[in-house]
Design a protein around this ligand. Sequence first.
Ligand code: KG4
Ligand code: ZN
Length: 356
Amino acid sequence: MIILGIETSCDETSVAVIEGKGGEVIIKSNITASSLSMHAQTGGIIPEVAARAQLKFILPVLQEVLKKAFDCFPVDVTVSSPPVDAIAVTYGPGLIGPLLIGLETARTLSFVWQKPLIPVNHLLGHVYANFISQFLILNSQLTTHKGMPEFPLIALVASGGHTDLLYMEKHGYINVLGGTRDDAAGEAFDKIGRLLGFTYPAGAVIEQRAKRGDAKRFRFPRPLFNIETYDFSFSGLKTAVLREVKNIPDLDEQTINDIAAGMQAAVVDVLVKKTLYVVEKYAVKSVILSGGVSANQSLRETFKIEMHRRNIGSKLFFPPKNLCTDNAAMIAAAAYFNFQPVDWRTLSANPELYYE
Ligand code: KG4
Ligand code: ZN
């Protein structure tokens, strides 16, 4: 089955074509245009600016993806249908303006091409980035398949707006164990990055600076660390960093590196400890890391080390770095494994969507 995926929930305009066969998903084409540089200077995303950028990018990105996937160009998408079997689209959560651009595009294509339309929850899309087949490449040849996650599993969704812990019995059966009480993990990186003078989003820069920093110089709080809850809270961490920064009259580069290392260590400690607590409790077969923060190497390594130290037999999965942040391949993959088409006339965006 060939699925066209569309993702426009925030500042990325992404379209992908995937092929799903026998429980496996491979990417035929996945292209993302970003309006990030327009938001970097303002320290965050201005919804109106993001929506206008989505409108500008959506058709060129769609054309390019179809050209790459099917080797046919030009494609008049309003006339002929390419060989896709279904259309998947993010319908929430996200910013209403950007969401509507993708949604209206998908609804129109569903009507014109007469193809099933599958609405996808963006957060679940992140989880399904782990269900796209990964191969090891040796001597420029595709070799061993890295395997797929097995159920039951625990998924950590750590993105710019969410930090959620999910128990999944099987596809479509989700139990939300914990969520964000205030700031999400990615938000902590972004807000603290702003305090340190970095542009938005700051996660990747903080990771780089942390490599040159001393994580022990500043001991930042680990919120809700030893409390019996699966919820997360990171706003106190931001306040602690702010207090520290105010006390330092002249922030030199090494101090910035040390703060970056200290805050990253605090976030990683909390994410790893809470996740592994539920992994041990539920004795699951797989542990899945997803969302933009799962691109963080220190997070991945700490998970590996801690699982080994605690003798946890579950298999650990995280997506390749380009599939950790927002992309349409993960949306199409989620649709393949949860194939529930709706009538294009009835689908509307839901900016506040959580898990159903
Ligand atoms: O999942 P995502 O692309 O978008 C949302 O759905 O929110 O996540 C974006 C978030 C941003 O907060 C960004 O700072 C963070 O992921 N991020 C990282 C890294 N790369 C992106 N955080 C820590 N380390 C990274 N390497
Ligand atoms: Zn996302």
